[in-house]
Write a protein that binds this ligand. Sequence first.
Ligand code: DX5
Ligand code: ZN
Length: 226
Amino acid sequence: MSSQKHLIAPSILAADFADLKKDIQMVNESEADWFHIDIMDGVFVPNISFGFPVMQAIAKHAQKPLDVHLMIVDPDRYLKVCKDSGAEIITVHYEACTHLHRTIAAIKELGCKAGVALNPHTPVSLLKDIIQDIDLVCLMSVNPGFGGQKFIERTYDKIKELRALAVENNTDLLIEIDGGVGTSNAGQLLAAGADVLVAGSFVFSSENPMETVKTLKAVDPSLKYV
Ligand code: DX5
Ligand code: ZN
């Protein structure tokens, strides 16, 4: 792992949109490290979540970095507004960017950390010529668009492949896992080489979300899987 301790990023997609402030406060007070913000356009993915005005409202109350996952076509059009809406990390999809190198440069010029997300069918090897330029790779462990889906087991092998690529080319790279993450797979994901765990429904559908974050943060891969 490139970071000392893994990071937890609760996904606001699973929060109570009628009472966002309460859930933002929960994340602020919890052991979570980032807010994971899912922006969808109904084109790249078959769903629409919320847009930048809502993100700005979240940013007003959030006391931790906003990790923004853009599930939109042609994200270049929205990088500036994304940064201005409070993003610290901007992740674009490999599959949505014809000129990914240019997009990554534009994100960095804005002063944000740059991430690339891969759909479950997209091989890790395609990152070979961009990995040295990015801060984070988000491996989708479900097909993007919806919360609460079943984790795709193939992800473990992808993490290992990506970690091997990162060891050679970018030792600071953070590997983030997004989709179907919970305590049943967190240890194995970390043992495979993940640094950041995104968790939506597992956190917000639980009885005590703050305690659930604490449990995810306390997962020790060496106890169970090594
Ligand atoms: C899915 C989003 C995820 C989603 C994860 O397209 O990118 O961030 O919120 O939700 P869970 O943790 O419920 O699978
Ligand atoms: Zn996401």
